[in-house]
Design a protein around this ligand. Structure first.
Ligand code: SF4
Length: 334
């Protein structure tokens, strides 16, 4: 992953949102607004109750430099998701039609595994796709703090979050790492079943920006503390959507925000025959989006190499999720 501006590499520079809420309320935790009693065993869109269904906890060195640092970040991958993107790179664990009882675990075991990686040098804990598991995420954070641990906490989210949920996380999340997937409602419906994604994500990102601003504060270890990094994955055939996402950030937030422009799109098996999603990015598409980024004045952040589509496809059937993909080193928890 290359910095946008090499001179400033990396360090350049609810209503129902409390942890206990799924224990007693109808779930409106995310924009799906299912209004089911998860505590009573009812499932909504995300098919997740109050349990800890976690596919993997491992040291990940392939994130943006201030996120991973040298040692890596302890990433916690929740199963299921409140978006069902047809091209999801984590499809093995994110599909709501699959139950994944093999990944059911308990809070003490989650904390034990995270602490093991903290003892191996991780200084941050990243929650990946936690939008439907905010109460579980909160309980993990509180349990770690209760044990005297003080890693920085990263929320690596798809951006489909209620603004109120983000407001409620102000004291718990140090670094927001949201996607901005779409600024095109029709595309958001076609690919993710969420036509309201553009306005929902816009409000969520504005709240993240309100909390963290565009500064990316770094400690002596080179790792970020409070901050915001917005990711955008360029999709094949959707250059105009990518440009619209960048324009939203430039016009509604700031060109000072750190951007992570991802070119790693790789077709998963179920879209291999799709007319556009069935291929990787063309160089012209990649260059056109990069040029828009420069034209808009972004100077902070990172751009993935076009060739990275072979390097970032996880395999949750392996103990080491990214082994064999060339995505840096990965330490297994055992
Ligand atoms: S968290 Fe799950 S059950 Fe709750 S509103 Fe979102 S999708 Fe529905």
């Amino acid at each position: 992953m290359s910095p946008i501006n090499r001179k400033q590499t990396g360090l350049m520079s609810a209503n129902m949102t409390n942890a206990s809420d799924i224990d007693r309320e109808l779930c409106t935790l995310c924009p799906r607004n299912c209004r089911v009693r998860r505590e009573a065993g009812e499932y909504g869109y995300c098919r997740t109750g109050r349990e800890y269904n976690i596919a993997s906890i491992f040291m990940h060195r392939g994130e943006e430099p201030p996120v991973s640092g040298e040692a890596g970040i302890c990433n916690v991958f929740f199963t299921h998701c409140n978006l069902q993107c047809v091209f999801c790179q984590n499809y093995q664990i994110s599909q709501n039609k699959i139950e994944h009882p093999e990944y059911l675990t308990r809070l003490p075991e989650v904390v034990r595994q995270i602490e093991k990686l903290l003892d191996r040098g991780a200084t941050g804990v990243g929650f990946v796709s936690p939008s439907h598991c905010i109460p579980q995420m909160r309980k993990i954070i509180r349990a770690l703090r209760g044990r005297g641990r003080s890693p920085f906490f990263v929320m690596n989210t798809n951006g489909y979050d209620r603004k109120e949920t983000i407001e409620s996380l102000k004291e718990e999340i140090d670094l927001y790492l949201p996607d901005l997937k779409y600024m095109d409602s029709e595309l958001a419906e076609r690919y993710s079943g969420a036509p309201d994604y553009p306005e929902i994500a816009a409000e969520a990102l504005k709240e993240m920006f309100r909390q963290k601003g565009s500064r990316l504060t770094t400690g002596r270890d080179g790792l970020s503390r409070p901050g915001l990094i917005i990711r955008h994955l360029i999709l094949p055939g959707q250059v105009e959507n990518s440009k619209a996402c960048l324009r939203f950030i430039a016009e509604e937030l700031s060109v000072e925000v750190h951007i992570s422009l991802l070119a790693q799109y790789h077709p998963i098996p179920r879209v291999r025959d799709h007319p556009t999603l069935g291929r990787t990015l063309h160089r012209e598409e990649y260059e056109e989006v990069r040029e828009e980024m420069v034209r808009l004045g972004f100077q902070r952040g990172w751009v993935q190499e076009l060739e990275s589509h072979d390097s970032y496809l996880p395999d949750f059937n392996q103990a080491n999720v990214f082994v064999g993909t060339g995505n840096g080193g990965v330490d297994e928890v055992n």
